[in-house]
Design a protein around this ligand. Structure first.
Ligand code: IVH
Length: 681
């Protein structure tokens, strides 16, 4: 990034001119945000959007006085909140009573009619809404500006998570259209299933505890102390109601939803006006049938009386309204028995215990296996062969064992033990935190197969048509011994002699292999299969280093200076490139014609190249993250602890123990002003 030069460029501009341009850019970016995140119909490609945002960032950097809290650049609250404050809801956030069957839904309707004095054959107008399984929040907009955001909490008082909610892309920081003067919007924040799976995959790679379901992941993300972590999770929201509204008087629930929508808030597209309870029950059934095709978790349909006047007459009892009901779907949890526990070996050698189950129908599909994740999880839940367990289809894909019904445990059931040698290759098993690893590396056929599958997969190098069965066949035939062999050993002559390979399928495969020789840098880094480097981390490393060669040269300290890289990932990257076998594979890949790209824009070098900075104390012109990003943009890196490799210690106000230690080591200590002149600010 060219922050320094950018500022100089914009300094030539007058403040008035800049203010005009900033306002134009904000308007345009907000419009694109709305089209992208709310309407789901973007008007411009991502690159153009990025360009607009970058230009706004540069202008705001040149004219800090023009930065306002509702600017689209302020989505990521820079400073982590020490702890959450509390916010009292003006109107309590109550919850819903449940209906678990058609009969209970009919009872609800009968009660509504009785209180409203309607005859049994009369029809009530309901609004049907999907019941999202996420986290309820309230967003307070004063004069169209988002001023507060809170969780539901106990209904009366919630946590102040304003900074985190500001990072949710579909929550506008400023309302649009003829919004009311005061609007307290309520809705459900959730994590789409794709993002949930990805997050858990990354956590599994890092050996971290997994989120049991998307709801926990959403709640955990909103309660993060560091808004940057929240910002990295693509949370979304559907609004379904309001607290206090001043400046608008809707008379039906549907009008309330329309008001929210007109103001720029996101409403679920499946909201529907329903005439009578039979239509409402049909709606529930249709939504249930649709449940698995959606990219978010639903646990039911909410039926709400449409007329607000009728709602007032119906009132509220024991913290739930008489005018609405959550008509739940069939549970995604069922009971079954563990027949045995198998242990699978993954790409990184991680051993995963899997419960083999008596087949059971859960939320529409039969499941026979459920992951137990790792030994810690098995021990925590104390799952044993013969146990009766509750299984859940979390996030709709990987079924997992939730808990054991202890009362049903057979006499003599033995605790599960992890094997001491790899069940596939017999190598010794090593334990790192919660995860057991086979130490056989790529000499273990299971690891080799998984690493090839990973390399060739859609999100990595993407070799279309190189399926699991083929990988199995090539490895078992001894044809492919590492990922580079895909390019050098799979030839018409060698494939012809294998079972099931005909001329056409051979030429299709070879064509796909040829096509895969020009990957993007981030996919290439991801494909290498470095422990702890998922898709997101691969992107971070690609942006920072610009080439595999530069990444290979990076030491642990330099890697640790990159925002988001923790000690385990830094160590794992260094270890990966220290391994001679990996270097050989990289050389083989290059020799076979795979292009290792150099990414433009990444600072291969800059005025601070090779220089390591450490920040201590509080800075007045930057947040820590901004200072770090600035150093990185100029080619330098940042350390998190004092050590001999640190070139400059930047001491802010109230610098503490790090300052003392730096002095002791005789490191070069500079003030914030000196740092600023060094980076041209
Ligand atoms: S209305 C008085 N509508 O379900 C009405 N809630 O048990 C209060 N939820 O806390 C809520 N989707 O977290 C409503 N379309 C929807 C909803 C919904 C999900 C959640 C919400 C609430 C809980 C009610």
């Amino acid at each position: 990034m060219t922050l320094g030069r950018g500022c100089a460029k914009y300094n030539l501009m007058g403040k008035n001119e800049a203010a005009k341009e900033i306002s134009r850019l904000r308007g345009e970016i907000n419009r694109h945000n709305y089209r992208y995140y709310v309407l789901d119909s973007p008007e411009v490609p991502d690159a153009e959007y990025d360009r607009l945002l970058r230009r706004l960032e540069e202008l705001e950097a040149a004219f800090p006085g023009l930065v306002t809290p509702d600017s689209p650049t302020q989505r990521v609250g820079a400073r982590p909140a020490a702890a959450f404050g509390t916010i009292k809801h003006t109107i309590p956030m109550i919850s819903l009573a449940n209906a678990l069957s058609r009969d209970e839904a009919l009872d609800f309707d009968a009660r509504v009619k009785k209180i409203l004095g309607l005859a049994p054959e009369e029809k009530v107008d309901y609004v049907g809404e999907p019941k999202m399984d996420g986290l309820a929040v309230e967003l307070v907009y004063e004069d169209g500006v988002l001023v507060r955001g809170s969780t539901r909490g106990d209904g009366e008082v919630g946590e102040d998570v304003t900074q985190n909610l500001r990072t949710v892309r579909s929550i506008p920081l400023r309302l649009t259209g003829a919004f009311p003067k005061l609007l307290e919007a309520r809705g459900e924040v959730f994590l789409p299933l794709d993002a949930f799976r990805k997050l858990n995959r990354e956590r599994e790679e890092r050996g971290e505890a997994l989120f049991a379901n998307p709801r926990n992941a959403a709640a955990g993300s909103i309660r993060q102390l560091d808004p940057k972590v929240t910002a990295g999770r693509p949370l979304d929201i559907f609004c379904y109601g309001v607290g206090v509204v001043q400046g608008a008087t809707p008379s039906t629930h549907l009008e309330t939803l329309e008001l929210l929508k007109r103001s720029g808030l996101k409403i679920n597209p499946f909201v529907k006006l329903l005439h009578g309870i039979e239509a409402a029950i049909d709606y529930h059934d249709q939504m249930e049938a649709r449940r698995d095709s959606l990219d978010y978790e639903l646990d039911g349909a909410v039926l709400k009386v449409n007329s607000l006047e009728q709602q007032r007459r119906l009132g509220v009892i024991t913290r739930s309204p008489r005018w609405a009901i959550a008509y739940k779907f069939a549970p995604k949890q069922e009971m079954t028995r563990v027949i045995r526990i198998e242990v699978g070996v993954g790409r990184t050698g991680a051993l995963t215990p899997v419960a083999i189950l008596e087949p059971v129908f859960v939320g529409g599909v039969t499941i026979e296996r459920a992951t137990l994740h790792n030994l810690d999880e098995v021990e925590r839940k104390d799952v044993r062969v013969g146990d009766t367990v509750i299984v859940q289809r979390a996030g709709d894909v990987i079924p997992e064992v939730l808990e054991v019904i202890m009362a049903k445990r057979p006499v003599g059931a033995e605790p599960f033990r992890m094997p001491s040698v790899c069940p596939v290759c017999g190598s010794v098993v090593d334990r790192v935190k919660a995860i057991h690893y086979c130490t056989g590396g790529l000499s273990c056929p299971a690891q080799l197969k998984e690493s090839i599958r990973h390399f060739a997969s859609k999100r990595a190098i993407d070799i279309e048509g190189l399926g699991d069965r083929h990988v199995e066949q090539f490895v078992d035939a001894g044809l492919v011994k590492d990922v580079a062999d895909i390019y050098s050993k799979l030839k018409p002559e060698s494939l012809k002699i294998l079972d099931k390979w005909k001329e056409k399928s051979i030429s299709n495969l070879l064509e796909a292999i040829e096509k895969s020789k020009r990957p993007s840098l981030e996919r290439l880094i991801f494909a290498l299969g470095i422990k702890g480097v998922g898709e997101h981390m691969a992107r971070v490393l690609a942006r920072r280093f610009g080439s595999v060669e530069r990444l290979m040269e990076a030491g642990e300290e330099e890697l640790l200076g990159v925002h988001e890289v923790g000690p385990e990932t830094a160590r794992s990257v260094v270890d990966f490139f220290r391994e001679r076998r990996n270097i050989r594979v990289i050389e083989k890949l290059k020799a076979a014609g795979v292009v290792f790209p150099k990414e433009e824009g990444a600072p291969a070098s800059g005025p601070l190249t090779g220089k390591v900075f450490l920040f201590t104390g509080s800075l007045s012109s930057f947040t820590r993250d901004e200072a770090k990003e600035l150093v990185e943009s100029l080619g330098g890196s940042c350390a998190s602890s004092v050590g001999k490799k640190v070139d400059f210690v930047v001491a802010g106000e109230e610098a503490g123990s790090k300052y003392a230690k730096a002095k002791e080591l005789g490191l070069s200590i500079i003030s914030e002003d000196e740092f600023k002149s060094m980076v041209g600010r």
